[in-house]
Design a protein around this ligand. Structure first.
Ligand code: ADP
Ligand code: MG
Length: 360
């Protein structure tokens, strides 16, 4: 169980700055999810940790050891990929044993370790099969066994569930999490899927354009996003632009006066206020909240467990409301109807959005 330290790492591909002076520490046996849109540098960072790509500058340490210049096969990392990347002409046993053979482990010992690794992923007795004789979920479990058989110090996973259907994604995801916890593996799990990240990780690290925007537990990042980018990448948010007067009021540019919590940092310039769609109520019960406004229904979408309503408060403010559907409690209103929306100041969140100029 080693810790992983990334210190001021930058990676340039020609003029593209894929990773921009990024620092991150992962303590064993933590599983962190690197979360961010396509192209933000997740794979590049993971490949630098594994040693497949050299950092342009900065230092990578595993435990006390500086591995920045160490070749991949001497870093003791185990990596799995979206595409499984199994060798098609090798049996499952040979695939799983490959890393051991590279490490010159004797045949008998190899056989024993391969058997144990296959057992970990519930594929006992599959040694002689070929990858093409197996389903997607089974192949990904072979890849997991191959990564873990060497007892890696750091376990790296690059969107390992993306090629699986929804049911398998859940079960292979749970299996990865259970193994990671049982073996106490320091792990970095890359994904662009917020649900996956929330389901699996001890800590979320949200990236954008080669930089870390925010890092914290799922609840911290969801409830206290530090930027518009994070708030809208993780779930949906309603945003109001304007100004906080410091005393629990937020005046929007559209001339609404909203109640909000007193800012923790009284001197910060809070120019955004966010409210999650599930925090807003509609109809008679909405009037009792300290924020309560009449709006016009623009769209109602039934989504099974919830109903989503778009409500226009002002020319500038179109809010999304999510209502939980319960038997006998499905929201019904016609487009064009006037409805009261309400939410408590406690469910609003102030953002000192230094980033508003940058399109997310
Ligand atoms: N080998 C490469 N050569 C040139 N540019 C690359 C290379 N690999 C990645 N990039 C660029 O680096 C950025 C980050 O890519 P990547 O790490 O694959 O992002 P992600 O995994 O988050 O989708 C992108 O702009 C991508 O086009
Ligand atoms: Mg990628």
């Amino acid at each position: 169980m080693a810790s992983l330290h990334i210190e001021n790492v930058t990676k340039n591909f020609g003029s593209v700055k894929a990773i921009d002076n990024l620092s991150l520490t992962v303590e064993g046996p933590e599983l962190i999810a690197l979360l961010g849109p396509s192209g933000c540098g997740k794979t590049t960072l993971l490949r630098m940790i594994a040693g497949f790509i050299d950092a342009t500058s900065g230092i990578i340490r595993i435990g006390e050891r500086d591995v920045t210049k160490v070749p991949p096969n001497q870093r003791n990392t185990g990596m799995i990929f979206q595409s499984y990347a199994l060798f098609p002409h090798m049996t499952v046993g040979e695939n799983v044993g490959f890393g051991l053979e590279m490490r010159k482990i004797a045949k008998e010992e190899r056989r024993k370790l391969v058997k144990e690794a296959l057992s970990l992923v519930h594929l006992d007795g599959y040694e002689d099969r070929y990858p093409k004789q197996m389903s997607g979920g089974q192949r990904q479990r072979v890849a997991i066994a191959r990564a873990l058989v060497i007892r890696p110090d750091v376990f790296l996973l690059d969107e390992p569930l993306s090629n699986l259907d929804a049911v398998l994604r859940q079960s292979v995801g749970n299996e990865i999490r259970a193994l990671q916890q049982r073996l106490g593996l320091t792990s970095v799990f890359v994904t662009h899927d917020q649900k996956e990240a929330l389901m699996l990780a001890d800590r979320l690290v949200v990236m954008k354009a080669g930089r870390i925007m925010q890092s914290g537990s799922g609840a911290e990042v969801y409830n206290r996003p530090n930027s518009r980018f994070v708030a809208s990448f993780l779930g949906k948010s309603n945003f109001f632009t304007g100004h906080c007067n410091g005393g629990g009021h937020f005046n929007t540019t559209s001339h609404l006066q909203l109640h909000c919590p007193k800012p923790a940092n009284g001197t910060a310039d809070y120019t955004l206020l966010s409210v999650r769609p599930e925090s807003i109520r509609l109809g008679p019960e909405a009037s009792s909240f300290d924020n309560s406004f009449e709006g016009k229904v623009e769209r109602v979408t039934y989504l099974g467990s919830l109903t989503e309503v778009e409500l226009r408060l002002t020319a500038e403010d179109l809010i999304t409301v999510q209502l939980q559907n319960r038997p006998g409690q499905t929201f019904s209103a016609e487009t064009g109807a006037n409805v009261v929306a309400g939410w408590s100041s406690d469910s609003t969140h102030l953002i000192a959005d230094t980033e508003t100029a940058v399109p997310a």
